[in-house]
Design a binder for this molecule. Structure first.
Ligand SMILES: Nc1nc2c(ncn2[C@@H]2O[C@H](COP(=O)(O)OP(=O)(O)OP(=O)(O)O)[C@@H](O)[C@H]2O)c(=O)[nH]1
Ligand SMILES: [Mg+2]
Length: 319
């Protein structure tokens, strides 16, 4: 996929959020000539509606108010421009491009454990991620440590085949930690650059799931000290603020190092990305913008802000 295709996919994945957010902000600017309390109140509603979240919304409004005061303007002409500017500051956009955010270094194999509640898109994300590493010329082994769902292995087999990755866990062991152990063995034996381990989103009880994930982590660390090097928590962007609860639950059990937000293409509430980036202090590494293998994108803050706020002539709402 070329660079321009990637940008277009990114933009179209965020089209619903952009269209809804920008249409409402522009309408607000058109009907309110001043940035006064009432305008800010309506802006608050718009941001909350896009799932930007209460804490982050409050912070954005505070900054807008402050700028209006210190810079002495009160016209609403530049409302969308100012909003974009403040969101960019909030996300510390510094213009650096985002390559594959997690690259194998001297540690081989690099071990990535993928966690998240059921149905958020873990397995799909692993397929897409494996494909990205393959595109970068890396050798990838996938561990099918979701032994809860009967069809999980078959689903992963299909993704691995599409991506050109190897699947470990042939023994059909019912014990997730043994499968993870086996995946690391295969990764080492086959000189893989990356091992990605899938996990279940659900067990018979939630407590069991967290205990199981801890155990998987421990076993991997035993086999390869320091592994897993990354723990990616997958969140479904359409579930909104519930996602923040899930982050807390998983960070308590396994040390989450990065987030993946999936299904942004299916929601007008892409503001959740701003909320999690700002509130949680855990970096968003990737976003999912569709069901195809090339629909996972490294999270590039600058591209995200542009895609969210710019109704560019080449794209806009018709995508
Ligand atoms: N539109 C869209 N759909 C997605 C995206 N990512 C995943 N999905 C879909 O979400 C559904 C669930 O994905 P899975 O990868 O099976 O989710 P999971 O977390 O592995 O689910 P469990 O193994 O049951 O816990 C599938 O239908 C995927 O195609 C995305 O970025 N956009
Ligand atoms: Mg799965």
């Amino acid at each position: 996929m070329g660079f321009l295709d990637a940008v277009a996919k990114f933009r179209s994945g965020l089209a619903r959020t952009r269209d809804s957010l920008m249409a409402r902000v522009q309408q607000l600017a058109a009907t309110h000539t001043r940035i006064d309390d009432e305008t800010l109140e309506q802006l608050e509603e718009i941001l909350l509606g896009a799932d930007v979240g209460p804490a982050t919304t409050t912070e954005i409004l505070r900054r807008l108010k402050e700028r209006a005061r210190t810079e002495g303007f009160d016209s609403s002409d530049r409302l969308s421009e100012l909003l974009k500017d403040e969101v960019a500051r909030l996300l510390h956009v510094d213009g650096e491009p985002a390559p594959l955010p997690i690259l194998p270094t001297s540690q081989r194999p690099l071990v990535i454990m993928v966690v998240g509640v059921n149905g958020v898109g873990k397995t799909t994300t692993i397929g897409k991620l494996a494909w990205q590493y393959r595109q970068a010329g890396k050798r990838v082994v996938i561990g099918a440590a979701d032994t809860f769902r009967a069809a999980a292995k078959e689903q992963l087999d299909i993704w691995a085949q599409r991506a050109g990755a190897e699947i470990a866990g042939q023994s059909q062991s019912a014990d997730p930690a043994s499968v993870a152990f086996e995946a690391l063995n295969t990764g080492v034996a086959h000189d893989a650059d990356v091992v990605i381990v899938d996990t279940a989103g659900r067990l018979h009880t939630k407590l069991n799931l967290m205990e199981e994930l801890k155990k998987i982590r421990r076993v991997m660390d035993k086999r390869l000290p320091g592994a897993p090097h990354e723990v990616l928590l997958v969140l479904d962007a359409t579930t909104g603020q519930n996602g923040l609860q899930q982050v807390r639950m998983f960070t308590d059990a396994v040390q989450v190092t990065g987030l993946v937000l999936t299904k942004l293409d299916g929601t007008a509430k892409g503001g959740i990305v701003i909320a999690v980036s700002h509130d949680l202090g855990i970096p968003v590494r990737f976003i999912g913008v569709g069901e195809a293998i090339d629909d996972l994108q490294p999270f590039d803050r600058r591209a995200f802000i542009d895609a969210l706020f710019d109704q560019s002539p080449s794209g806009g709402s018709s995508e």
